[in-house]
Design a protein around this ligand. Sequence first.
Ligand code: ADP
Ligand code: MG
Length: 223
Amino acid sequence: MLAELQQVSKHYDHPVLKEISLTIHRGDSIAIVGPSGSGKSTLLNILGTLDRPSSGRVILNGEAVELLDDNQLAWIRNRFIGFVFQRHYLLPQLTLLENILLPVLPEKDRSVVKVAEHRASRLLGRVGLIDRMTHLPGELSVGECQRAAVVRALINKPGLLLADEPTGSLDEEHASALGRLLTELNLEEEIGMVVVTHSMELARGMKEVYRLHSGRLEKLEEA
Ligand code: ADP
Ligand code: MG
């Protein structure tokens, strides 16, 4: 098992999540849909250790997140989880390849960096960007940048890929293409994937679909 939410609740000035439980295994792909403000980002951020639950537990890679020290948390965020957001957040002054290798730069071991460089070019080829790797983000389309952001999220071979509205900045055609790419990478890379989205089309590409409604998760369908 990669990750588990155990009766996670979150309150701000009002209850947002109510005793949500969810288990994610390697190879799973899970979509979470729901209207704006229903708590999708809150749920994903708690799963990604970017936010804390008010009550309940998050288990990642077999460990209770609340018991991890800062080093272990940093390891989980850098190595175990890959994040993709609605905006690509590529740094404009770095090439695509440099952006993608950024999460690897803290690594002292040169052989690890070599492996990552190899993996970066393989994945860039995989997403159709091999001839773009020395370009700056400003020279590329938003769809191309978002594909590069997916590669960056995968560079450290994470167990878990978390995506918050990954197609939210794309037109219909590029959104469909990115959705197909995520579905394929889920199988090829054997990662667990949780995708939060407005888009039912993107959601249908995942194996399980849940709707977040009044703070609770209800399962919609299984493909
Ligand atoms: P979604 O991603 O589904 O649009 P969010 O998770 O962003 O929903 O927000 C769910 C609810 O929690 C909203 O009512 C939002 O205003 C509230 N909320 C989210 N983050 C915070 C925060 N940091 N402080 C206070 N309220 C927040
Ligand atoms: Mg959101």
